[in-house]
Design a binder for this molecule. Structure first.
Ligand code: FES
Length: 175
């Protein structure tokens, strides 16, 4: 059976403790982010069942949330998850060309992972950075005003990345 590390379990208990008895389900989003960060960047059924057990809710309640939001991955992803915005502003400013460039460069389709396990390409809806379109998110970092040259430089930089991309550092887990 899977379990959080000691540190992550302490963080999970702290998050759950913010809510009154019977309202632990309110901790679901930060717990799923914590779990995704802890378990290789994705939420397997086993991980979702574990999160459900921590909140004392039915697994289906976790599955519903995890499959609704694009920031949660329900299948394995590469170390660097490239999430390219495809909504109006980004589309008008060439996000399709950015996606095509990444597809060709990494030899993958949208939703696939590169052969070396480093990169997964995903298209997502508006990430709230419309004024700096086109943009993509990798973990907690936004990369904006993209050009193919900037994408090439970013991928080269990410190739040496030691840590898996994660949203965790942008979350307020300590409040
Ligand atoms: S349209 Fe791309 S960030 Fe809003």
């Amino acid at each position: 059976m899977i379990e959080f590390s000691k540190e992550a379990k302490a963080k999970a208990d702290q998050i759950i403790g913010r809510y009154p008895q019977g309202k632990q389900k309110s901790a679901m989003l930060p717990l799923l982010h914590l779990a995704q960060s802890e378990f290789d960047g994705w939420l397997s059924p086993e991980v979702m069942d574990y999160v459900a057990s921590l909140m004392a809710v039915k697994p289906i309640e976790v599955y519903e949330v995890a499959t609704f939001y694009s920031m949660f991955n329900t299948k394995p992803v590469g170390k660097c998850l490239l999430e390219v915005c495809q909504t109006s502003s980004c589309w008008l400013r060439g996000s399709n060309e950015i996606v095509d460039h990444i597809r060709r460069k990494l030899n993958i389709e949208v939703g696939e992972t590169s052969a070396d396990g480093m990169f997964t390409l995903k298209t997502v809806e508006c990430l709230g950075s419309c004024g700096t379109a086109p943009m993509l998110q990798c973990g907690a970092d936004f990369h904006e005003n993209l050009t193919v040259e900037k994408v090439d430089a970013l991928i080269d930089e990410l190739k040496n990345k030691k840590e898996r991309s994660s949203y965790l550092k942008s979350l307020v887990l300590n409040s």
